[in-house]
Design a protein around this ligand. Structure first.
Ligand code: FAD
Ligand code: N01
Length: 560
């Protein structure tokens, strides 16, 4: 087979693409990764802003598929910083000799299905054309940074930075007047670090976020040894918990709405002391009942009021018009305390909107702020943005971006009807961004590898009806929760004109895994292989354990 004839073309060399390549190679298949960057790491290659780190604990935010790798790698902190995660990914790529099959600095611009040959033609920005039986899009959920257009930007005489495309050589803000636009996770991580260097820091906030303290700390060797001695069981436990990490399964049977408020606060206090993303997994009704959720929301607001000295700033930092956890929960290290420093200030751009960027800085409706640097911490065109940039054409030349104009349409988040032999890793309508992504990536990669093995020289694609039912099911589950009550990137709200659809699957990581396994075990139910539809049909509700007590709470919420 020549270099331009592949079994599988993989797009992207982050956690997803690297494991995909390793897995396919072990099956004896010829696979190549095409990666736009000049190194591996994906998210951790591009997001080098100060303070970038994971918010799933490092011992769990790592691959589980090689025991020796798991035992030899030493994480330094509970939540390790970006340079260490990037070192880890490079270590994996070197240890498994993956780089020889990666084409760096090569962007895939198009993938066209050739129905006569049953192959994909993959086109790169270097003008190269490659033919592959299968394509795996390992292009990431958060890999297209969103840079809103502000009038007058070209006039600015200082420097501008985008958190998702941070300069590799780093930025020294010492003595500078810095403006940060945005208050999502990237801003919450970078603001405390930038404040340490800057002469002044002004934060422009549109929507305040809920943040839980990380209580980050160096990992002590004893804890590491304990985890490593029991790693297999811990990984299994993570896969069996709602969001794919230990502590994400609801711990208590009782409903918060049925308990005395003091008891709920006591539990939240314990979770606050533990820190991190397990905070919301206290009671089963937190994610569905606005009343229960408001107990957590008010608890966090009180903590913000305790942490921020100036009452007016504290109130501005308190989210009040959406439920806790409905936008991606943030994990912070001294974020709120940063606003107690004299040289740090907060501007509410709802009260005084940004009118334009000027030669000197940012002009709001009442003030012109002068800056040496402006940092845009404005997020991503999530889930679909990166795929939309690739000219993907399936049967009869249909474009994926046109098919998805009113929102993504997939079966299980793994494939889209009319686009045979093209897989998505952590695609829309799979647990993806709602989970520990490494757990979800591994599950998808293993499922896809097995599927490619089973299909062999054939062709697999989802049935339109199965896809439609899966999308309806995904939407139904989302509508049962409080997620749609916030404007968030989960729903495409951050990108003007993007259709409002909840883009991840909320039925739970273990339930979803069981469905995918069942589908494969039942002759790829919901798919057609070589034109023959499988006989079996997936009923997702059979896999879910619906807590009947929540139904009246949902009805009550919807009625209100
Ligand atoms: P990515 O890492 O996004 O890699 C995709 C790759 O595809 C990129 O390198 C990109 O250059 C390449 N690519 C895209 N399009 C093309 C193209 N057309 N041609 C060639 N190459 C292309 N998740 C968690 O679970 N826990 C966390 O703590 C966590 N922290 C995060 C912190 C930040 C700052 C961000 C932005 C995300 C975080 N995430 C976290 C989500 C994170 O994206 C995933 O955990 C994971 O790293 C995704 O890996 P991936 O390989 O699927 O995608
Ligand atoms: O992006 P965001 P992010 N004018 O979309 C504001 C993962 N991640 O990069 O909320 C003014 O959350 C926008 O305001 P609003 C994680 O999954 C994880 O921070 O839309 N402001 C918001 O405040 C996360 O959720 C970590 O009203 C504008 C901010 O910019 C995801 O990546 C760290 C604006 C964007 O926040 C994205 O996080 C980093 C405009 N025109 C990222 N447009 C960890 O901690 C946008 N904003 C592991």
């Amino acid at each position: 087979m020549s270099d331009t004839e592949l079994d599988v073309a993989i797009v992207g060399a982050g956690f997803s693409g690297l494991y995909m390549l390793h897995r396919l190679r072990k099956m004896g298949l010829k696979a190549t990764i095409f990666e736009a960057g000049d190194g591996v790491g994906g998210t951790w290659y591009w997001n080098r802003y100060p303070g970038a780190r994971c918010d799933i604990e490092s011992m769990e935010y790592s691959y589980s598929w090689d025991e020796e790798l798991e035992q030899e790698w030493e994480w330094s902190e509970r939540y390790s910083p970006q340079p260490e995660i990037l070192d880890y990914i490079n270590h994996v790529a070197d240890r498994f000799d993956l780089k020889r099959d990666i084409r760096f600095s090569t962007r895939v611009e198009g993938c066209h299905w050739d129905a006569d040959a049953n192959r994909w033609t993959v086109m790169t920005d270097g003008g190269e054309t490659v033919s592959a039986r299968f394509v795996v899009m390992a292009t990431g959920c958060l890999s297209s940074p969103n840079k809103p257009d502000f009038e007058g930007e070209a006039d600015f005489e200082g420097d501008t930075y985008l958190t998702g495309l941070w300069p590799h050589e780093g930025v020294d803000f010492t003595g500078q007047r810095v403006g940060v636009i945005g208050t999502g996770s990237s801003a919450i991580q970078s603001i405390p670090i930038i404040a340490k260097e800057a002469a002044s820091l002004t934060v422009f906030q549109r929507t305040p976020n809920y943040a839980i303290p990380a209580h980050n700390h160096p990992l002590d060797p004893e804890t590491v040894s304990e985890v490593k001695a029991d790693y297999h069981a811990i990984r299994d436990q993570a896969r069996e918990e709602a969001a794919g990490f230990v502590g994400s399964k609801t711990e208590h049977e009782e409903l918060a709405t049925e308990l005395p408020p003091e008891q709920v606060r006591e539990e939240l206090e314990k979770r606050w002391a533990r820190g991190g993303l397990t905070f919301m997994a206290s009671y089963p009704d937190m994610g569905v009942s606005l009343k229960a959720n408001d107990m957590a929301a008010e608890f966090i607001r009180d903590k913000i009021r305790d942490r921020v000295e100036d009452p007016e700033t504290a109130e501005l930092l308190c989210p009040k018009d959406y439920p806790a956890g409905a936008k991606r929960m943030c994990v912070d290290i001294h974020y709120y305390e940063t606003f107690n420093q004299d040289h740090v200030s907060l501007v509410d751009i709802n009260a005084t909107p940004i009118e334009r960027i000027t030669a000197k800085g940012v002009k709001t409706s009442d003030t012109e702020y002068a800056f040496d640097s402006i940092v845009f911490a404005t997020g991503f065109d999530a889930m679909t943005g990166t795929l939309a940039k690739i000219d993907i054409r399936g049967r009869r030349g249909a474009k994926l971006s046109e098919k998805w104009e009113a929102g993504p349409l997939t079966y299980l988040g793994l494939m889209s009807a009319g686009f045979p032999n093209l897989f998505l890793v952590t695609g829309p309508q799979s647990p993806s961004v709602i989970s520990n992504m490494i757990v979800s990536i591994e599950q998808h990669v293993e499922w896809i590898a097995d599927c490619i093995g089973a299909v062999g020289a054939g062709v697999i694609e989802p049935l339109e009806q199965a896809e439609q039912e899966w999308v309806e099911h995904t939407n139904l589950i989302a509508s049962m929760t409080v997620y749609p009550y916030a404007k968030s990137w989960y729903l495409g709200d951050n990108i003007p004109g993007k259709p409002r659809i909840f883009m991840a699957y909320l039925g739970g990581v273990p339930q979803y895994r069981r469905m995918c396994d069942w589908v494969a075990e039942n002759g790829y139910a919901g798919f057609a292989v070589d034109g023959s539809p499988a006989n079996a049909k997936l009923d997702p509700m059979e896999f879910l354990e619906v807590d009947e007590r929540l139904l009246p709470l949902i009805a009550e919420r919807e009625a209100a």
